[in-house]
Design a protein around this ligand. Structure first.
Ligand SMILES: [Zn+2]
Length: 151
């Protein structure tokens, strides 16, 4: 960034001098009216941001008010808990527990119930977190995990 008037390098100011807008240094800006500071594009800030590796994970979770949603929809269809349980080939006791909020259905079950009742019982939950530092991930690789599982 070089001053339009004297050619010196440094911080520049948008300055109106004799009806012309120039980017000039602090010294030259005294000859006119400063309107703004010329912003230097800071490449270093951008770089450090991209170096920070962020991982976005989309998880599917059960909606908070699943119990109420299931019960209301089932009742609106005129189905008793037992009838509903039979339709989706699950136990009535299971439906009771789910509808009372004592048992959170698994994702698979929530989808089965949801598709039968035509309601959405799952939602996507986005989680962003920084990647673990290399030293941490190196200590436990996926290969190790498979080995342990295979035992
Ligand atoms: Zn100057």
């Amino acid at each position: 960034m070089i001053c339009d008037m004297c050619g010196s390098e440094g911080k520049l100011y948008k300055t109106i001098i004799e009806d012309a807008q120039l980017n000039v240094c602090h010294e030259c800006s005294k000859f006119g009216k400063v309107t703004a500071i010329v912003e230097q594009k800071d490449a270093t800030i951008k770089e450090s941001k991209s170096n920070q590796e962020l991982q976005t994970e989309v998880m599917e979770i059960i909606v908070e008010d699943y119990a109420e949603k299931i019960r209301k929809k089932r009742e609106s269809l005129g189905l008793k808990q037992g009838e509903f349980a039979k339709k989706i080939s699950e136990k009535e006791s299971l439906i009771q527990k789910i509808e009372s909020g004592h048992l959170e259905p698994s994702l698979g079950l929530a989808k089965k119930i949801g598709s039968f009742l035509k309601i959405k019982l799952t939602e996507e939950h986005e989680e962003t977190h920084e990647k673990q530092s290399k030293t941490k991930t190196d200590s436990f690789t996926i290969g190790d995990f498979i080995k342990i599982k295979g035992k």
